[in-house]
Design a protein around this ligand. Structure first.
Ligand code: HEM
Length: 690
């Protein structure tokens, strides 16, 4: 149980509760209480302050790019490549498996990320940027600054840039990155038997690296075996082949690797806070720098955008050798009539031969990658088009829908943002009090059960992930695959059919997503919950792609696990008390879903606190090897319910609710409204229209 308290401190963003007139117009008299899951107070106040003038920030960044600090001199008199690596390593930790990682939160400043091997010497990049952060203060988050520095550097070196999505909110600590490892949380949630061969949900093959070992699988210079690892790990970041090749070749159009001698970089920040990565080759800086232990530039013009990287991959024969830093890297084959092309030395004094990493060479060993390398080597415009889009996706993917992007440089919504039709003006929305009445009539006539409406709304809204802002009921993606096919939604088709008559009555003016949320809300009220606020204006998606990565991990089956449940609550952005209140309400009503049998309470038509008393007090035993039954009672439960009583942070809330029904209902009301509106980024700043 030791882990549980740590896991409850995972510290993820609480879903924003957008302002909405429907919310504001009703008084909120429910009791406020300190929340138990630490989802609050992990963000700094950047989100509450007007965004900095990004053009002014860019100007300051460009000035910094062309400077050189003797404490960490710039290579080729340009910090551009260094900042591109900073932005890539900050954003590239993103993984689709749980939406964690990415630069939103700016957690590369904290452990565990700041001490990752792959982030060696990036403390210097962050220090160089610190005066700019100080100048703009709360109007510029660290996360935005890191990404803007990399993006501005690409532009300044002649590369193509699609735009910039600002609005990252800094975390106050690195706790939201604990599941990325290396930590106890990661070992419990995503253990990796052989570091170097890690699988999903981890984003990389190696904990502490962004994606793959540059030297090759387990440090072997085997480019053939490196290619599948590159593909596998970039897919875990939602990148396809064309994006992957564009990103690697675009990144390595710039800069160099650093491995002046085999002595190493020194100790990471978690072992030497005062002087991390002091560098153990000569002066430790400039041409003596040791970062990765590889040495040399990829191209002859390392501060200028071009497609030379791809041409060199194709035009030369490459051999592996042990470089000056003691690692396997690749050099142009020494043949008669072929001289290895050279770029300038980092300090501008002399020249240095170009090089490749095993992971670079792997792009010529896989037939699909090779085709793309040839395409980019021959067509700069195709390369530029793919790179600019892939870079924007890389850097913005964890920001969620385009409606979360701020600033003057936001490009049109991209496919990876799963755009929804715009929120309609309030004048075109239905009179929701009439829709409420229609729903109440439907319930009174027994055409549909309160239980099925409540479950539908919860299953729809609880897809939300506070980690990358995917999911939620806005869009009504529960109508489409993959969501409608999930086992937890086996009853949803019938419930949607029951709602069809109301949908037909209001036509276009009423979206399915508003109808589903309002139906669940009215059903709870109809069954005895307090009156709840509703904010209309959701719109419907035309497919279910936005839910591709959101397959539920808690289903009620015996495989439900306490660690996974805690992780799921954390991802939802709910506190322990909020989750327990909602689950208690949904499980107060109706029968157990799908193929399970029985009901949770003696009165399955009423939302009250009997559910909590039952799961806390009754002697449940395994029933038919798939669910639970209370001995001597016709009361049943799922594994999830048993976890509520097992996990102390959850059971403690269950005790509170069992003891005080009014308190439960007040908490339920707040929690329900919070999760139903967690994805309503669409109306921020447009409150006047509603
Ligand atoms: C540098 C590996 C993908 C941008 C490096 C270095 C390594 C490396 C080992 C040398 C660090 C040092 O010693 O200073 C890899 C691997 C990748 C990958 C294994 C994936 C298979 C990318 C991507 C980008 C990128 C996707 C950006 C889009 C850069 C830049 C540098 C760099 C700009 C030069 C930094 C400097 O000059 O200070 N990379 N990288 N890399 N990487 Fe990558």
């Amino acid at each position: 149980m030791k882990f549980l308290s740590a896991a409850l401190l995972l510290g993820l963003a609480t879903p924003a509760l957008s302002s909405c007139p429907y919310l504001a117009s009703l008084s909120d008299d429910s009791p406020q209480r300190q929340l138990t899951l630490k989802t609050e107070n992990t963000k700094s106040r950047t989100e509450q302050v007007e965004l900095a003038d990004l053009q002014a920030v860019k100007k300051d960044i460009v000035e910094l790019l062309h400077s050189s600090d003797p404490k960490w001199p710039s290579d080729y008199d340009n910090y551009g490549p260094f900042f591109v690596r900073l932005a890539w390593h900050c954003t590239g930790s993103y993984r689709t498996s749980d939406g964690r990682g990415g630069c939103d939160g700016g957690r590369q400043r904290f452990d565990p990320e700041r001490s990752w091997d792959d982030n060696t010497n990036l403390d210097k990049a962050r220090s160089l940027l610190a005066p700019i952060k100080e100048k703009y203060g709360l109007s510029l988050s660290w996360g935005d600054l890191f990404v803007l520095a990399g993006t501005t550097a690409i532009e300044d070196m002649g590369g193509p840039v699609l735009g910039f999505c600002a609005g990252r909110e800094d975390d106050d600590d690195g706790s939201a990155s604990l599941p990325l490892g290396p930590t106890a949380e990661q070992e419990i949630l995503a253990p990796c038997e052989t570091n170097g061969e890690c699988e999903e949900p981890l984003g990389s093959t190696t904990v502490g690296l962004i994606y793959v070992n540059p030297e090759g699988p387990m440090g072997q210079p085997d480019a053939d075996r490196s290619a599948p690892q590159v593909r596998d790990t970039f897919e875990r970041m939602a990148m396809n082949d064309t994006e992957t090749v564009a990103l690697i070749g675009g990144g390595h159009a710039f800069g160099k690797t650093h491995g002046a001698c085999p002595s190493g970089p020194g100790l990471p920040p978690n072992e030497d806070e005062e002087n991390p990565w002091s560098g153990e080759c000569g002066s430790g800086v400039g041409v003596d720098a040791f970062t990765s232990g590889f040495e040399g530039p990829w191209t002859t013009q390392p501060t200028q955008w071009d497609n030379e990287y791809f041409q060199s991959l194709l035009n030369y024969k490459w051999d592996s050798w042990i470089g000056p830093g003691g690692h396997n890297q690749w050099q142009v084959r020494k043949e008669q009539n072929v001289t290895a092309p050279s770029g300038p030395a980092a300090d501008g004094d002399g020249s240095q031969d170009i090089m490749m990493l095993t992971s670079d060479i792997s792009l010529t060993r896989d037939p699909a990658y090779l085709k793309i390398v040839k395409e980019y080597a021959s067509s700069l415009s195709s390369f530029e088009n793919q790179f600019s889009h892939a870079w924007y996706k890389l850097t913005s993917r964890d920001m969620g829908p385009v409606t979360r992007c701020k600033g003057s440089m936001v490009p049109p919504a991209q496919e990876f943002q799963y755009p929804l039709p715009p929120t309609p003006p309030s004048s075109s929305l239905p009179d929701f009090s009439k829709v409420r009445a229609s729903l109440a009539n439907l319930l009174s006539s027994n055409a549909v059960s309160a239980s099925s409406l409540t479950t539908l709304a919860w299953n729809c809204a609880s897809t939300f992930r506070s980690t990358d802002y995917l999911g939620g009921c806005n869009g009504a993606r529960i109508l489409f695959s993959p969501g409608k096919d999930w086992s937890i939604n086996s009853d949803s088709e019938d419930t949607l059919k029951a709602l069809q008559s109301i949908k037909d009555t209001y036509g276009e003016s009423l979206s399915w997503s508003d109808l589903i949320v309002l139906a669940g809300t009215v059903a709870l009220e109809f069954s005895g919950a307090d009156k709840m606020r509703f904010c209309g204006g959701r719109t419907d998606a035309s497919d279910g792609l936005g839910w591709s990565y959101l397959t539920p991990k808690i289903t009620g089956s015996l495989s439900d696990d306490s660690n996974i449940l805690i992780d799921e609550i954390s991802k939802l952005g709910l506190t322990a008390g909020e989750y327990v209140a909602i689950l208690g309400a949904v499980h107060s009503l109706g029968d157990l879903p799908g193929d399970y049998v029985g009901q949770w309470t003696s009165d399955p038509f009423t939302v009250d606190n009997e559910y909590f008393k039952n799961i806390l007090d009754l002697p449940f035993t395994l029933y038919e090897n798939r669910q639970y039954k209370a001995e001597g009672e016709e009361i049943y439960a799922l594994k999830t319910d048993m976890l509520i009583r097992e996990i102390p942070e959850l059971s403690s809330k269950a005790y509170d609710y069992a003891a005080d029904e009014d308190y439960f209902k007040g908490e339920l009301k707040n929690a329900w409204v919070k999760i139903m509106n967690a994805d309503r980024f669409d109306i921020e700043g447009r409150e006047e229209e509603y």
